[in-house]
Design a protein around this ligand. Structure first.
Ligand SMILES: Nc1ncnc2c1ncn2[C@@H]1O[C@H](COP(=O)(O)OP(=O)(O)OP(=O)(O)O)[C@@H](O)[C@H]1O
Length: 330
């Protein structure tokens, strides 16, 4: 859906994107992460055709952003990190204006505006002016403007900044709805826990270069079907939650640690209040073998289920691997 190849972007005296190539699939929700100044906003602005790269190419829905920016804009919604609203237009006018400027048929505009207002909880606010709205309400109007023309791609730069927990949670719900409608989303945020709920991919950028681009494991889909058996056999280990009935007997913790010695454990809480998180083979027979050996050692296993790795843990793991790779040999 979005193809970026060898993108280079320079501000005067500063190279902000340095040979970025990435392919973002249709229907995915990509968390764009990276430290301050990594180049996230610049990449989004280039994809939206708002900044002109020095070299490289971007295609959205197979249209060249460079050659056909207006057509691309019809398929694309963009929310800037510092968005502005027209303070002299009421909310309904803001939405109508965006719809018309994005090429929505004039006869369809009233219905579209009402739909978007309902989707974003703006129906009661349609006749207010942006200056009379809270930060969260203004944010919803800005998102409404970005989606009123039903784009296939939505780019959101820090959409939840300044929002309270309730507003963040309804934003997450909205993003899930949009994904269910088939929209492709790219969302940048520094709050990884908030992206965790709905992202399918994580794209990490640092110093203007892509650091990693990975699909996130879905908790329910860990190679259970027969068709996926071969794929699972070749796949990377998957994250599982192991629940153990923790008897308060002396030496149990040592026994449990011993039993897990050859397993990659991500999180071990001996109080038993959280399940143990560990990496197990994706292939069912190998996992069954592991489980049977564990049970044979007398560990009272209560349950074993696939879980999705938290985005912040995944990000930390990538950073650790990078630091390790960059270490000078002694
Ligand atoms: N107008 C500008 N002129 C010069 N340099 C700029 C300009 N805008 C951004 N930069 C630089 O380009 C680099 C990338 O900036 P960008 O805003 O894309 O980063 P970001 O990953 O979005 O950061 P943040 O998380 O802080 O929003 C940074 O080093 C920044 O200082």
């Amino acid at each position: 859906m979005i193809e970026v190849s060898q993108l280079v972007f320079e501000y005067p005296g500063h190279r902000a994107l340095d040979g970025v190539s990435v392919s973002i699939g249709a229907g995915s929700v990509t968390a764009l992460v990276g430290p301050n100044g990594a180049g996230k906003s610049t990449l989004m602005r280039c994809i939206a055709g708002l900044d002109q790269p020095l070299s490289g190419h971007i295609r959205v829905k197979d249209l060249s952003v460079e050659e056909r920016p207006r057509e691309v804009h019809r398929h694309l919604g963009y929310l800037s990190d510092f968005f502005g609203l027209y303070d002299r237009l009421s909310v309904i006018r803001c939405l109508q204006y965006s719809a018309l400027s994005m090429g929505v048929e004039p006869s369809s505009v009233p219905a579209r505006v009402q739909q978007v207002a309902a989707q974003l909880g703006l129906t009661e606010l349609l006749h207010r002016y942006p200056t009379e709205l809270s930060r969260g309400q203004r944010q919803r109007v800005a998102i409404g403007q970005a989606i009123v023309h039903q784009p296939s791609v939505l780019l959101l730069d820090e959409p939840a900044s300044g929002l309270d927990p309730d507003a963040r949670s309804s934003l997450s719900q909205l993003f899930r709805q949009l994904q269910a409608q088939g929209m492709t989303l790219v969302v940048s945020s520094h709050i990884l826990s908030e992206l965790d709920e709905y992202c399918t991919h994580i794209l990490s950028i640092r110093n203007g270069r892509i650091e990693s681009h990975e699909a996130l494991q879905s908790a329910g889909g860990v190679g259970q079907s027969l068709q996926s058996h071969q794929a699972a056999a070749n796949a990377q280990p998957q994250l599982y939650a192991l629940e153990v009935a923790m008897p308060q007997t002396e030496g149990f913790e040592a026994r449990l640690r011993q039993a897990l010695l050859n397993t990659t454990v991500q999180d071990f809480d001996i109080t038993g209040s959280r399940p143990i998180l560990l990496w197990l083979p994706a292939a069912a027979p190998a996992r069954a073998e592991w489980l049977s050996q564990l049970v044979q050692t007398g560990i009272p296993v209560a349950s074993l289920s696939p879980v999705r790795e938290r985005l912040q843990d995944r990000y930390a793991r990538t950073a650790q691997a990078r630091d390790f790779d960059n270490k000078e040999p002694a």
